[in-house]
Structures are given as structure tokens and as C-alpha cells.
Design a protein around this ligand. Structure first.
Ligand code: ATP
Ligand code: MG
Length: 362
């Protein structure tokens, strides 16, 4: 079976280093590996509207931000189809049919959705569209027959929900859809990068992000005021590594060559951690190291972004062409789905024949 990727991001803000660590960097590697027959990268505007329906301008403005971030990290429209979710009506149609295969209580049990409902204060009145977004995500993934979905670990419940829908659909109707697999980052710290405030997840909606498009000064300022260990007051105090966001970021981004270059007195991250735990290593020294590493990683991304920013029209052209290509692909799957569900009345000649015969014989 050919290997196909589908993944995407909500246009609710610019992309941040959490996206980069959790998914974007991997996507570019997978794209360049040549192992995948097709790669679809979606800007999930319809999904973003499920909790931003009162703020359509925000979603509209962020399409270009996400597209620029995609191009600047190295996603190449010649190898990956970049498209906008709402421009593929087939996805909405698939979602409607999949709704029959999922119960409301199953949707309410989804741990990521549960946490998001709480974060958005939706407890008293959950918009039906928001509760159902995992179903629309199943439509996105299956429309492209995706085998592989590279994501951070907050997306695992969505992939599981998709797999359930696929199994149910194929059992009830006919073997049509493909069960996808999540592809998590190999590095544990990248699965769910915490915010600069130490909160469990760096997230556009929480405002605790280092954005890929931040200036070097902004990045430095954010890193220098990052959450560490609140009990590590004086340099000589022993410090905590677990739950210390600076160390999680170092786990995510620091390679031995960085230490060789910037802090050669340590051979590896373990030695640095041990020193911090013993006491005698200050937060400022750590943060300066992290700043150098992150700046190095972001510099080429920032430079490429500047180039693409000069020609916004061509970025929209890329999205338009990608959306047309994606639509063709989704339409094929929708045809198969409708056939399996027996709602293909006009292209089924045997239906016409049988019914004509039945009425003729009477
Ligand atoms: P929102 O707050 O609007 O939900 P978000 O920051 O969570 O935005 P999404 O567009 O929902 O971003 O997520 C896009 C992809 O990035 C998903 O694959 C998700 O797993 C991954 N991702 C998002 N935040 C992180 C993070 N902090 N660490 C690792 N991966 C992340
Ligand atoms: Mg999210």
C-alpha cells in the first residue's frame, strides 16, 4: 500500500516552536525522505471556526501566517500539497455521514476535547461543531487515504477516533477507508513542548509561545524570562530539572555539538542537569545557552520567511493550486463512500434495471 501523509494546523495564530518540535520539523524530513507517495498539509480553517466562529477575521488573517510558516520551515509545494480545508466541500460531506457512526458520549469522553472545553469555558454550552471536530478530522484524514499522520501527542485521541470510524464504516458498508497511524516525535520532549510559562503545552490560545517569526530580540526576551524552578533562587541552591521548562527545551533542541560550541565544559546534557541538581549552576547561564541554540535553529527559517513575505500573491497561488489538487483527491474518496453507502443513485445502472423490471413484472 502506498504511504500517504495528511496533517495540518489551525489558523488561530502564527506557528511556534512547539509546532516545529512536535510536527513541522518531522514533516520536512518525511517530505525530503522521498518515502511518501503523496503528502497533504492542511490549514484547518473550518476546524478553527468551531471555537472561533465569532471571530472570522482572526482565522482569515492567519491563513497567510501559517502558509508563510510552512514555506519558511521548508515545506515545498512541489513535493507537498498545501491546501485550505474549507475549500474542499467534500470534507464537510464526509463529516456528515461519519456523524452517524459516533455517539455523543464517545465524543464527550475524548480527553483532548475535554481539556479544550475546560480551557475555553465551554462547559455550560458546548457548540455542537466543536464537540464534533474529531469527526471532521476523521474526514480530513480518510479523504486522502492517509496512512500516516505526524502529530504531537495531544492528537492521539483524534487518530484513535478516526480509526474507530474507519473500522465501523468498513464493517457496516464495504472496505473503503484506510486506518491511519499517528507518527509521534521520537524525542519525548517534542511530543508536547511546554509553554514559556511552564504550563503543560505551548499553545497559540494560551499566549505562552515562541513564534517561528519572532525577531531575535523577542526570542531572547521570552527565553530570559522563562519559567524554571521557582525554588532555585540563588545560584548555589540545588535546582529541579523535572518540570523545568528550560531543561525540557534543551531536551528538545540541544545536541552535543551545541555544548561543544557554547559550553565545552560539559560533555552532554546529563552533566549539565547533574550540575544544576547539585547547585552552583545559574538559570541565566542555562537560558543563554538555550537562546543561542534556538536562535541558530530559527535563523534560516526567519530568512526564508522574509523572502516569501515579498510576494504574498504567489503564496495564495500555491494555496489555490493545492486546494484544487486536494479537492480532486477528496472527490474520489467521496464517490467511493457514497457508493458503499448506497447513495449513488444516478450512476448505478443495476438499480434502474432492477426497479424497472420489478415494476414491469407487476
Ligand atoms: P490552538 O491553541 O488553536 O489549538 P495549537 O497551538 O494547539 O493551537 P494546533 O494547530 O492545534 O496548534 O496543532 C497543530 C499541530 O501541532 C498538532 O499536530 C499538534 O499536536 C502540534 N502541537 C501543537 N502544540 C504543540 C506543542 N506544544 N508541542 C508539540 N506539538 C504541538
Ligand atoms: Mg490545538
Amino acid at each position: 500500500m502506498s504511504k500517504i501523509i495528511l496533517t495540518g494546523d489551525r489558523p488561530t495564530g502564527r506557528l511556534h516552536v512547539g509546532h516545529y518540535a512536535g510536527s513541522l520539523k518531522r514533516r520536512v524530513e518525511l517530505q525530503n525522505s522521498g518515502e511518501y507517495e503523496k503528502i497533504f498539509i492542511m490549514i484547518a480553517d473550518a476546524q478553527a471556526l468551531t471555537d472561533n466562529f465569532e471571530n472570522p477575521e482572526k482565522v482569515r488573517q492567519n491563513i497567510i501566517e501559517v502558509a508563510l510558516d510552512y514555506l519558511s520551515v521548508g515545506l515545498d509545494p512541489k513535493m507537498s500539497t498545501l491546501f485550505i480545508q474549507s475549500q474542499i466541500p467534500e470534507l464537510t460531506e464526509l463529516s456528515f455521514y461519519y456523524m452517524n457512526l459516533v455517539t455523543v458520549s464517545r465524543l464527550q469522553r475524548n480527553p483532548t476535547v475535554k481539556a479544550e472545553i475546560q480551557m475555553r469555558n465551554f462547559e455550560a454550552s458546548i457548540p455542537a461543531g466543536f464537540l464534533c471536530y474529531p469527526i471532521s478530522q476523521a474526514a480530513d484524514i480518510t479523504a486522502f487515504k492517509a496512512t500516516t499522520v505526524p502529530v504531537g501527542d495531544d492528537q492521539l485521541p483524534m487518530i484513535e477516533q478516526t480509526r474507530e470510524i474507519v473500522r465501523r464504516f468498513n464493517t457496516i458498508y464495504a472496505e473503503t477507508l484506510v486506518e491511519p497511524e499517528a507518527l509521534l516525535p521520537e524525542n519525548e520532549a517534542c511530543m508536547r513542548l511546554p509553554g514559556t510559562d511552564g504550563k503543560a503545552k505551548m499553545s497559540k490560545s494560551l499566549g505562552n509561545c515562541i513564534y517561528l517569526a519572532d525577531t531575535p530580540e523577542e526570542v531572547q526576551k521570552k527565553i530570559m524570562s522563562m519559567y524554571t524552578d521557582p525554588l532555585h533562587v540563588r545560584v548555589e541552591d540545588p535546582g529541579r530539572v523535572d518540570g523545568n521548562a528550560v531543561f525540557t527545551y534543551l531536551d528538545a533542541f540541544c545536541r552535543e555539538e551545541h555544548l561543544e560550541r557554547y559550553l565545552p565544559e560539559y560533555r552532554n546534557l546529563e552533566e549539565l542537569k547533574a550540575h544544576y541538581q547539585r547547585g552552583g549552576l545559574g538559570d541565566v547561564k542555562l537560558k543563554k545557552l538555550l537562546n543561542k541554540i534556538i536562535q541558530e535553529e530559527l535563523e534560516p527559517i526567519r530568512a526564508r520567511r522574509k523572502e516569501y513575505e515579498k510576494d504574498i500573491a504567489s503564496v495564495y497561488d500555491i494555496l489555490k493550486a493545492g486546494s484544487l489538487r486536494a479537492r480532486e483527491e477528496a472527490a474520489k474518496t467521496l464517490d467511493e463512500v457514497k457508493k458503499a453507502m448506497k447513495i449513488n443513485y444516478f450512476d448505478d445502472l443495476t438499480l434502474l434495471e432492477k426497479q424497472s423490471q420489478m415494476y414491469h413484472n407487476n
